[in-house]
Write a protein of this length. Sequence first.
Length: 117
Amino acid sequence: METIRQLKALWAYASWCAQAPAAAPACDSFWTWTAVAVVTAFALIGLYIIRKMAKNFLAVRAERQRLVEASRVADPDTMSRYRVDPENSIPTPPQQEGIERRIQTSARREKKVGNSR
């Protein structure tokens, strides 16, 4: 009940100050708090708009970077032409049998080439 009475008194004060001249000394606090409320409301609205603009700007920038990165990489058709086949890319180690014979044969060839020079 007390709260309702205080709200009614505040309403009467605000109504009287709204009708009175702005220079009335009794209404200084009313106009001060009204100005603070208006400035706060505009600041919050401005921050909301700036936040939306910054979010949009960052999204556009990220999309441009994604497109630049995508243009640096070849398209899937080109990538498939140059793809490495893991089955054929690893050289098979020489067979153990016959390696001694191949080394000796190679050494004999080197001696022959070295003697003929």
